[in-house]
Write a protein that binds this ligand. Structure first.
Ligand code: M6R
Length: 357
């Protein structure tokens, strides 16, 4: 039930700190180590390459998941859009593990891939919010995202929960493989939960940003580099699906290869700057769009902020920035849709779970 909330989406955005804390509890042993099914640990360890298959927001979580598993566990990962996978099936490695990411566990496009890879005899793991769902039942293993029911069509808490579970899985794999590291996902996720709470408390400010930037615009662009780029794709999807503003996420470096032609006087551009190693480059991109008339909204992170930034998110571990930087984008999208008179929880032409291919 949505209780005192006007919409499920806003309630689900606010639930994110609790979801992250819940995940920490569910994946923690008494001695503070990661609790994970031994069979899953072994399946990931045994594989020589991971293929992540998902759609929409879950695909965006999968893009971040690839970074996490490769950087932390040193295992090659490919992330694929479910509906395209079978047409453009890559040459598979010798011992692939397929990871399906799906909030509902019912997405037909993903199931289509699962059916085919099972015929080939490959192992599969579903990361889902609904254990007992089709993708969960039909895969060899399931990891639960423990986000609680997500009712709004626009996915919010499921996305951050999926990335939290992927970070835990990446570290568990690394430890099992004997890789040394000083990144403790359970501790760092607790910091993420606090940061999420801080941002959820800044709704008035974010509502004002939505009013300033999104009230009348026909389009809006999101730019970022490295993991920020993946969050830009998610921010754009969120905005377009509920506010019907044409929104696109671009990699900062791609602007000069064509997309900068879209920038006109007053075009809103949301720039994400939370990735230290590319900070100079994204700052350069923001200057380039401003020089062409863009109306910039820069979201940076503590430690990297500049005076003119619109919003500065609390500092979190570099592997986990997407879980926090997406919050303002979710909240801005919510208010943009609300102010434009859209049906926030049930956007036109969309269904919560897409059970047709
Ligand atoms: O249930 P799933 O995670 O498999 O759903 C995948 C997409 O249909 C879903 O994420 C969709 O893109 C959302 N409406 C995005 O907010």
């Amino acid at each position: 039930e949505k209780g005192t909330y006007p919409h499920y989406m806003l309630k689900e955005i606010d639930e994110q700190p609790f979801v992250i804390r819940n995940i920490i509890t569910k994946y923690k042993n008494e001695n503070d180590t990661i609790k994970l099914d031994e069979n899953i640990r072994q399946a990931v360890l045994d594989s020589d390459r991971v293929y992540i298959i998902a759609a929409g927001t879950s695909y965006h979580a999968g893009l971040v998941g690839k970074q996490l598993i490769e950087k932390i566990a040193n295992k090659p990962v490919e992330t694929h859009i479910a509906s395209e996978f079978l047409y453009n099936m890559p040459l598979l490695s010798e011992k692939p593990l397929f990871i399906f990411i799906s909030q509902s566990g019912e997405t037909a496009d993903s199931r289509g891939v699962l059916v085919e890879i099972k015929k080939l005899g490959h192992k599969s793991l579903t990361i889902t919010n609904v254990p007992g769902s089709t993708l969960s039942r039909e895969a060899d293993y399931t990891l639960h995202t423990y986000a609680g029911p997500e009712i709004a069509v626009a996915s919010t808490k499921a996305y951050t929960a999926q990335m939290a579970v992927l970070a835990i899985l990446a570290v568990d794999t690394a430890r099992a493989a004997g890789i040394q590291m000083d990144f403790d996902p359970l501790q760092e996720l607790a910091i993420v939960a606090n940061a999420m709470e801080t941002l959820a408390d800044r709704k008035e400010e974010l509502e004002q940003i939505a009013r300033d930037y999104m009230s009348v615009t026909r389009n809006c662009f999101f730019i970022g580099r490295a993991m920020d780029y993946h969050v830009c794709l998610e921010g754009a999807l969120k905005l377009k699906e509920i506010s019907y503003i044409q929104a696109e996420g671009f990699a900062g470096g791609e602007l000069k290869h064509g997309t900068i032609a879209l920038i006109e006087e007053g075009t809103p551009v949301i720039g994400l700057a939370t990735q230290e190693h590319v900070n100079l480059s994204i700052r350069g991109n923001i200057k380039e769009v401003v020089a062409r008339g863009a109306y910039p909204c820069v979201i940076s992170m503590e430690g990297m902020e500049e005076e003119e930034d619109t919003l500065v998110i609390p500092h979190v571990h570099e592997y986990l920035t997407p879980l926090v930087s997406v919050l303002p984008l979710q909240i801005i999208s919510y208010y943009a849709a609300l102010h434009r008179g859209c049906d926030v929880d049930k956007p036109r032409n969309l269904a919560k779970s897409v059970t047709v291919e």
